[in-house]
Design a protein around this ligand. Structure first.
Ligand code: SF4
Ligand code: SF4
Length: 472
């Protein structure tokens, strides 16, 4: 039976409830009165239930679909303004014992070069990332108890935080590694991780078991219960995601929101982020088992409906998407993007020839970070390198409380401007710097609190004199 407060996976991600929700949404897809009442509720910025959100996703009425899009844009602006937080992935190792059929790192793939970074390699990669201007990383590694034990991950996190090159520093390390035990999550917490990220891939149990035929990841319940164990282990910020295209996007959408409801019901705090990757071709893969690819229009609608359903949750899109698609979804609800990414192990220092690929997927948006920063500013977004909340201990429910208080505008906006100023001085090309200086100047008036405006004016001067790392 469906129960969001249960710790039993089959009760909080309940197949019958998902099927009933999809039938309900299909039945009401032209129900104008119901859709209007859901939109009215959503306009209060309090979010929606999975059933309500499913009706919006299914809505066939053109005018109401336009309203859904407008509301998503408004909620995005209310909570995130025009800021976009920047990050980069760092692949530590592609050794993996799992058999995920959609991932080239799967253990039986002989067409891929296996690599694992030693600590000296990590130091060099991080230096290269700092020289691009990055402050926030997401580390990634396959599951391999012998090659990538937890001790290796923790040592790598220490190495990353320890590199201080010129004015560079990595100030937040998010971690995307396989599901593990409560004890191990506590170790990760103690190592100072930001968000623990784990994609569900697909919530459909039978499809999940088919696409993960071997390895520890085959265990659906263990994988799906990972976020509960992470939170029990003391990690406040967890990042959910599905790989759209493995199963029906409608099914994934409903289950993803049920997972968010479950975290809120049990731990009092929902997911910190939701990622929305779409499945991509990669070397050594047979994709006959998962041809559920989604169109750009459906993808944009999914982003808009997630934005409306969980306004307090950040949303991430990666360089798997082309610039046109990224531009389209930025306004609809995306709050974080990666830039200048390499998805191969060791790829920041030495880009690989194709025949020696160790990459997890092909990067579609291959532009360097500076070009992406320039592009965002041209679109009137503020690229932000902010990591303030994590460093001020504003995680989990403390972060959510700040978010819900409306005061986040007095934090995020000034922090975005100050970290952008650092980037412009230390890493930007002259043209990007000019554009950014003008943007910062024009955006100062949008800091609501006068006192904070004065503090930021002062800090910006100090940054120009060489000081770094101010935050509100
Ligand atoms: Fe391994 Fe992750 Fe790839 Fe699966 S998705 S094969 S667990 S690296
Ligand atoms: Fe994120 Fe906090 Fe910085 Fe806002 S102030 S951008 S929520 S880290």
């Amino acid at each position: 039976m469906y129960n969001p407060g249960s710790m039993k996976v089959s009760e909080f991600i309940n197949h019958n409830e998902i099927v009933a929700t999809l039938q309900y949404a299909d039945h009401h897809k032209n129900d104008i009165l119901l859709i209007e009442s859901i939109l009215q509720k959503a306009a209060l910025n309090q979010g929606l239930s999975h059933r309500e959100a499913a009706v919006l996703l299914e809505c066939q009425l053109e005018e109401k679909n336009r309203e859904i899009e407008q509301l998503a844009r408004k909620i995005k602006l209310d909570f995130y303004g025009n800021r976009i937080v920047m990050f980069a992935p760092l692949y530590l190792s592609n050794y993996c014992i799992n058999g995920c059929v959609y991932c080239p790192y799967h253990g039986r793939n002989r067409n891929i070069v296996r690599k694992k970074l030693a600590q000296e390699d990590i130091a060099r990669e991080v230096t290269a990332l700092q020289d691009m201007g990055h402050k926030r990383l997401a580390i990634e590694a396959g599951e391999h108890p012998a090659m990538n034990p937890l001790e290796y991950i923790i040592e790598s996190i220490r190495t990353i935080y320890g590199i201080k090159h010129k004015n560079g520093a990595i100030r937040r390390v998010n971690v995307n590694i396989a599901a593990t035990t409560v004890k191990n999550y506590t170790k990760l917490k103690n190592a100072g991780i930001g968000t623990y990220i784990l994609f569900q891939e697909t919530y459909n149990r039978s499809q999940y078991e088919r696409l993960h035929p071997v390895g520890p990841k085959h265990d659906y319940d263990y994988h799906t219960g990972a976020m509960d164990r992470a939170m029990q282990g003391g990690i406040d910020d967890v990042g959910l995601g599905v790989l759209f295209g493995l199963d029906s996007y409608r099914y994934e959408f409903v289950a993803l929101l049920m997972h968010a409801e479950h975290l809120e019901a049990v731990h009092g705090v929902g997911p910190h982020t939701i990622s929305v990757p779409r499945v991509r071709a990669a070397s050594g893969l047979d994709n006959r088992g998962f041809q559920n690819g989604i169109s750009d229009d459906n993808f944009a609608k999914i982003v808009a409906c997630i934005r409306i359903a969980v306004p307090y949750t950040g949303m991430i899109v990666s360089t798997r998407e082309n610039p046109k698609v990224r531009e389209r979804v930025l306004g609809l609800g995306i709050s974080q993007i990666s830039g200048g990414s390499r998805t191969s192990v060791g790829g920041y220092l030495e880009p690989e020839p194709e025949e020696e690929s160790s990459a997890q997927f092909d990067v579609i948006d291959t532009r360097p970070l500076d070009e992406i920063v320039h592009w965002l500013m041209d679109l009137n977004f503020i690229p932000s390198f902010c990591t303030a909340c994590y460093r001020e201990g504003r995680t989990g429910d403390r972060f959510m409380a700040l978010c819900k208080s409306g005061q986040i505008q007095n934090c995020c906006h000034p922090n975005a401007l100050m970290t952008l100023q650092e980037y412009l001085l230390d890493y930007a090309q002259p043209e990007t710097r000019n554009l950014g200086e003008k943007l910062i100047y024009s955006q100062m008036g949008n800091i609501p609190n006068k006192k904070i405006r004065e503090i930021v004016t002062d800090h910006l001067k100090q940054i120009k004199q060489g000081d770094r790392d101010f935050r509100i």
